[in-house]
Design a protein around this ligand. Sequence first.
Ligand SMILES: [Zn+2]
Length: 223
Amino acid sequence: MKKRLLCLLFISSIFAFGQTKTADDSLTPLQKLEEGNNRFTAGKPVHPDETLERLRELKKGQHPFAIVVSCSDSRVPAELVFDQGLGDIFSIRTAGNVMGDYELGSIEYAVEHLDCKLIVVMGHKDCGAIKAFINSKGHYEHSDHIKKIIEYIESENEEKKLANNHELSIDKAIDANIEHGVLFLKTAEPILKEFYDTKKVEIVGAIYDIETGKVTFDKNTKI
Ligand SMILES: [Zn+2]
């Protein structure tokens, strides 16, 4: 009898877990990310979509609801920060969330072929790539590939404006870098510009606080 009861409890706990693991489809993609981040910062993540069942289900195909472009920094993993799981986020990560043709091609693929309706460009506080750019003051001495990342950040118009006005600080440079990423995607021809102009995709900037875990979305960059 005891065994039967335990067995029933076990089955019902699996069922209950199954109910909480699924994302609420009544939410917009942005709301799903916001709610996931609220759970994460409250210390109450539900770790959705991490089961073998989900793994097998995804063999049929992926339909991630958002693209997140973020930094490779080990403290900024999109799936954890937004409390999402397998098949939920199409993730692009480079140091300083810089984007070139390969990243753009990946994003175009997710928008055009996977039907993603939201792109988030997420910078983060205390970003090492932005710090390296600030510290180099336009004279990065080494000839390694990190130089390419710093040169990219240096070439951003938004960063240049700050430097010209002597307003360059790490926080302002991080904001400028996010603004640059959002504008870069909104105007990227031929695919993204058309999808953005015809309101088929939303492109939003965001900043992640590595101390609190909080993601703040820049609603001004919303459609
Ligand atoms: Zn970073």
